[in-house]
Design a protein around this ligand. Structure first.
Ligand code: SF4
Length: 481
């Protein structure tokens, strides 16, 4: 089994060699030619992506053949057939066939004891009908209840995600994927995904059952995918070709794909490996060799993390400086993580992540900060200095002289808040960021009476959620203006 220890920068090229040996020779030749000529061909990416699930599951881990069989039934029979063709075959509360557990169902499918339609209707009943409460640990009848028992972020339902992927028109084949390219004719302009993520191809692979392939496709342009998606970014939804009806909920699908992979045995190691080596990323499938140039990144928020990751991939050394005191990095996260449940469930204000740590409420699982932090802290040329404020504890000159920085990247926030003219003329006006930071530091601002929130962006929503949750024990009502 490959992941007895996590893969490292100095051995990750072995993954590439194994993959080249795993795929058919014709595809290998195409891939090598593409790398040599720097040709990015989406058809080739799609073909390669279809091999990634089997590559990781069959070749790199020992997985019980029965589990593999169940995964294939889940993919080929349940997702591709039953949930599409048989949704309306059984409206009643009772099972459409005598009650069968997962193993009996598989036997019935093998022996063709019932018609394909009846077994499909049974699967639908077991997953989204009344039967779902009976199968909490099923692979075949994978359900929301299963996720709750795993204690993973539990509001992502693969059946809902799949129905959105099936609803998607897979527009990239006609160069109409406005979710990625933007809708240039609309006013105001709808720009599409700022990362240029291959959204349409991701949907296509996901609905075909290639979950790891879909994840790797999204990670070509968005390797820190744990930080994006559901309840974080919506540019792709705004730019979806469906402008007069419900758009495809791509952020939901993206986060569900990530969540599903994280729930596999060694799911985090798959994500970590793909963050180092992604064969679908033709122009940079492996990290560049270390060349000794040292960059200091100030801030551990989204831009600090993204800058650090990209620099590490390009062979730089990174020292990240965070003003907040960051909790110690658990030693066991340097070892192979088979079950990522603890990783994604144990972040309550560790100090890492900037506004993602203190400013975002329960709409986002902060355990993902552990995931992102582990991607960086496992890297040998990454160092985190916490509780150090640039400008007070250390000057810019000292960053150059004492830390030996060749360059500094300031990743300390996107900009100052917009302040309407009313600010100076009214008492009791606060910035949302001060309010959220106060809560985080357990020193909340005391809000009195009705709180009016100006703005309706994500920070406004976070503030409203916190105020209504009554965490400051003063008042429990917020009104949007
Ligand atoms: S998400 Fe919308 S725009 Fe993008 S491929 Fe699907 S249907 Fe087309």
């Amino acid at each position: 089994m490959f992941f007895k220890t996590p893969c490292r920068e100095d051995n990750v090229h072995q993954l590439d060699e194994l993959f080249l040996a795993f795929i058919p020779g014709v595809l290998k030749d195409q891939l090598l030619k593409s790398r040599r000529d720097h040709i990015i061909d989406e058809e080739l990416i799609e073909k390669l992506a279809t091999y990634l699930d089997d590559f990781f599951k069959n070749s790199l881990f020992w997985v019980d053949p029965l589990v593999i069989k169940k995964i294939h039934i889940q993919r080929d029979f349940v997702q591709r057939y039953a949930l599409i063709q048989c949704q309306n075959l059984n409206e009643s509360d009772d099972p459409p066939l005598p009650f069968m557990d997962e193993d009996v169902f598989i036997k019935a499918l093998d022996n063709q004891e019932y018609s394909k339609e009846s077994l499909g209707a049974y699967a639908v009943w077991a997953i989204i009908g009344k039967g779902k409460k009976f199968f909490p640990h099923s692979i075949v009848f994978h359900s929301k209840k299963h996720q709750e028992d795993q204690a993973f972020p539990n509001d992502l339902d693969p059946s809902k995600a799949l129905s959105h992927s099936h609803y998607c028109l897979i527009c990239h084949k006609r160069d109409k994927d406005s979710c990625t390219r933007g809708l240039k004719t609309e006013t105001p302009l709808k720009e599409g995904c700022p990362l240029g993520q291959k959204i349409s191809l991701m949907h296509h692979l996901y609905r075909e059952g290639h979950v790891i392939g879909a994840l790797a496709t999204a990670m070509i342009d968005n390797p820190l995918i744990a930080a994006t998606g559901h309840r974080i970014c919506y540019d792709c939804v705004r730019s979806c070709i469906f402008q007069k009806q419900e758009p495809v909920d791509t952020p939901y699908v993206e986060s569900t794909i990530f969540n599903q992979v994280m729930q596999y045995a060694y799911g985090f190691e798959i994500y970590y490996a793909l963050s180092l080596w992604n064969p679908l990323n033709i122009s940079m499938f492996l990290p560049e060799p270390y060349h000794g140039i040292r960059i200091v990144v100030v801030g551990s928020g989204a831009s600090g993390m993204a800058s650090s990751y990209e620099l590490l991939q390009r062979g730089f050394e990174v020292i990240m400086i965070e003003g907040m005191a960051v909790s110690e990095f658990p030693k066991e996260w340097h070892l192979a993580i088979k079950d990522a449940t603890a990783l994604v469930n144990s972040n309550i204000g560790t100090g890492f992540g900037g506004i993602m740590d203190y400013g975002i409420t329960k709409r986002w699982n902060k355990g993902y900060l552990n995931v992102l932090r582990t991607l960086l802290q496992r890297r040998p040329h990454f160092t985190l200095l916490s509780g150090v404020r640039v400008g007070s504890e250390i000057t810019i000159e000292e960053v150059f002289s004492d830390l030996g920085a060749d360059k500094i990247i300031l990743a300390t926030g996107a900009g100052a808040p917009y302040v309407p003219k009313i600010y100076e003329s009214l008492k009791n006006v606060h910035f949302a960021s001060d309010y959220l930071m106060g809560l985080h530091l357990k020193n909340p601002l005391h809000l009195e009476q009705t709180t009016v929130i100006i703005g309706a962006g994500l920070t406004a929503i976070d503030s409203a959620v916190e105020i209504m949750a009554g965490r400051n024990n003063i008042y429990h009502e917020a009104k949007f203006l």
